[in-house]
Design a protein. Structure first.
Length: 353
């Protein structure tokens, strides 16, 4: 099965802290994916809601409502899509928004579905308009209208499709059109994971990969993983490499620190670009407010990179606030850079509280 993630930031950013999968990680990610809802760590709200949706559908013997999973990369959307199919004992069909360029691509996919199948559309916000419009009717009435011919002679042939469940995943629910969003019966909003939850993710992966990490080491990896299981699992493997070469294979807290120093991952999981953004915000703009484009120019990056790669985590870590007048550094940001925040600097809630 393939579940490649296509994003707007190509070529893929392969730094240790990228939340997107690296090109060689497909196999290990597959090995580490939770298979059942009970194995899925964290996201208590989404998990409980999904449990109810699935249990009720099973009881009534009908395919459950269509499910939209929304949130930053690496938080478990693809894993949950697979879990939904597994929990329903259903066949999973996988495609992605960018692969559905023409309505015909989607019609082919839909007409091949069997009753009860789960159709997973990754990056669903990137679906082309004609395919999206076809999807409306398919989601609502399990029917599509296939247009044959062109101009005045064109006819539309209705085509029945088997009742199915659509699972859509998106990193940008904001760019989904209203009509598409409205046709999902359930939306799971995925949140960044707390360090204690990531400790469980690391512990689970260490067992599967047969890596020895003590408790302190696991906690240290978790704290530096930007609230993201994909990153936690990757840092664990980098620590394993380091431990094998320089520390007899045993990962202690000191080994974690030394290993992650090599990969430029700081104590709160910030990388070079995050620190550059914070440093510009604090040192060049007095802590803000400053517009995101100005900030991006100051660090030599595209505004979209700053906005979509750096900011979501900086906001969740309580270091940066987005205000109507621009970006503002919080007290935590000043302190993280070893500086004293000016009087009146706001503190923001953080994943680490
Ligand atoms: N809740 C979780 N528990 C354990 N591992 C997880 C969890 N969520 C994600 N992972 C791990 O992170 C990796 C990336 O998850 P994935 O579902 O591909 O994220 P997304 O589709 O949101 O980018 C998976 O291979 C899996 O190993
Ligand atoms: Mg995915």
């Amino acid at each position: 099965m393939h579940d490649e993630q296509v994003t707007d930031f190509e070529p893929a950013d392969e730094t240790a802290l990228s939340a997107l999968p690296h090109s060689g990680e497909h196999e290990v990610e597959t090995t580490l994916r939770p298979r059942k809802l009970a194995e899925f760590i964290g996201q208590p709200r989404v998990r409980e809601q999904l449990e109810l949706v699935l249990a009720s559908a099973r009881k009534r013997g009908v395919p459950p409502d269509h499910v939209l999973l929304s949130g930053p990369p690496g938080l478990g959307k693809t894993s949950l899509a697979m879990i939904i199919a597994a929990e329903l004992d259903a066949t999973l069909r996988v495609t992605s928004g960018p692969a559905l360029e023409r309505a015909g691509d989607l019609a082919a996919m839909l007409s091949n579905l069997a009753e009860g199948d789960v159709l997973f559309i990754d990056e669903i916000h990137r679906i082309a308009r004609p395919a999206e419009e076809m999807l409306y009717l398919a989601m609502e009435d399990f029917r599509v209208d296939v247009v044959v011919g062109k101009g005045p002679g064109a006819t539309s042939i209705p085509l029945e499709i088997a009742p199915f469940t659509l699972v859509g995943a998106t990193t940008r629910s904001g760019s989904l059109t209203g009509p598409l969003r409205d046709r999902f019966g359930f939306t799971g909003q995925m949140e960044f994971y707390h360090p204690e939850e990531l400790e469980l993710v690391v512990g689970r992966a260490a067992t599967i990969l047969d890596i020895t990490v003590d408790e302190d080491a696991g906690a240290e990896i978790a704290r530096r993983s930007r609230g993201t299981p994909r990153i936690a699992n990757r840092l664990l493997r980098r620590v394993r490499d380091y431990a094998e070469v320089r520390a007899n294979g045993e990962a202690s807290k000191e080994v974690v620190r030394a290993a992650l120093e090599v990969y430029d991952v700081d104590e709160l999981g910030l990388d070079r670009l995050d620190r550059a953004v914070l440093s510009a915000l604090v040192r060049s703009f007095g802590g803000g407010p400053v517009g995101v484009s100005t900030l991006a120019v100051a660090v030599g990056e595209e505004p979209s990179t700053v906005e979509e790669v750096c900011e979501p985590y900086l906001v969740r870590a309580g270091m940066l606030a987005r205000t109507p007048r621009g970006r503002v550094a919080t007290a935590t940001a000043w302190e993280h850079l070893g500086l004293r925040p000016p009087a009146g600097t706001a503190a923001e809630p953080s994943l680490f509280d």
